[in-house]
Design a protein around this ligand. Structure first.
Ligand code: HEM
Length: 194
């Protein structure tokens, strides 16, 4: 019974953790792109994003990580023989990467606050796809365990990465075209008025 409780809260924990991680880097994108706005909008937006990022990180994302890890420890102490299983070792490797990503996000947050972050909006969009790959691998390992079909998994990951890269490029193209259209419209209005 204790095992099922730990597992239920383990799942709740990582849902919260990932929601926080995905939204956090989305806020970083808006924060970095606020630099393109004129004053005073730039300062107002950057201050607002800084507050939102700090609260999201401290109140949602880090507690989500702590609940996930605490419940995982509960699961392992209830059934310690799971520790010998190969799938868990690989899963732990990806969890370690995920924890590294979590703390890297806190570094980026501090750099953004200090106006020292050199990542562009597009680079941050690409970074925001990294946890998708970790989520895929970790959940597939947790569900299939030692029976995970590696060939299908590799294709799923490869397909996901390609899909994400194409969507980022298409979105960047659309934003460029929208900006050009807007500049042309502004030019036309200015010409009509003069
Ligand atoms: C802190 C490191 C972690 C450890 C030591 C750990 C360990 C475990 C263990 C022992 C189970 C029970 C397996 C079973 O009885 O079926 C489990 C279940 C599960 N874990 Fe983790 N886990 C960790 C992190 C994560 C993370 C970060 C995610 C999500 C990205 C995750 C997703 C899952 C899922 C979906 C299950 C349920 C699998 C099922 O019932 O079929 N785990 N985990």
């Amino acid at each position: 019974m204790a095992y099922s409780w730990f597992k239920a809260f383990h799942i709740i924990g990582f849902v919260v953790w990932f929601a926080g991680l995905f939204y956090l880097v989305r806020l970083f994108i808006y924060h970095a792109e606020a630099n393109q706005e004129p004053e005073p909008a730039r300062t107002i937006l950057k201050n607002q994003y800084q507050i939102m990022e700090k609260r999201l990180y401290n109140i949602i994302t880090t507690p989500g990580m702590l609940v996930t890890v605490a419940m995982a420890i509960g699961l392992l102490s209830t059934e310690p023989e799971v520790l010998k299983e190969g799938w868990l070792h690989i899963k732990l490797l990806f969890v370690a990467l995920l924890i590294g990503y979590h703390y890297y996000c806190s570094r980026l947050m501090k750099k953004l606050a200090a106006d020292e972050c050199r990542w562009s909006g597009q680079q941050l969009r690409a970074l925001n796809e990294a946890p998708t790959v970790m989520l895929l691998v970790i959940v597939l390992l947790a569900v299939f365990k030692n029976n995970l079909p590696t060939d299908i998994t590799v294709w799923i990951i490869f397909g996901t990465v390609i899909l994400m890269a194409v969507s980022i490029q298409l979105y960047a193209k659309k934003r460029r075209q929208d900006k050009e259209k807007l500049t042309a419209q502004i030019g036309q209005v200015a010409q009509e008025q003069s």
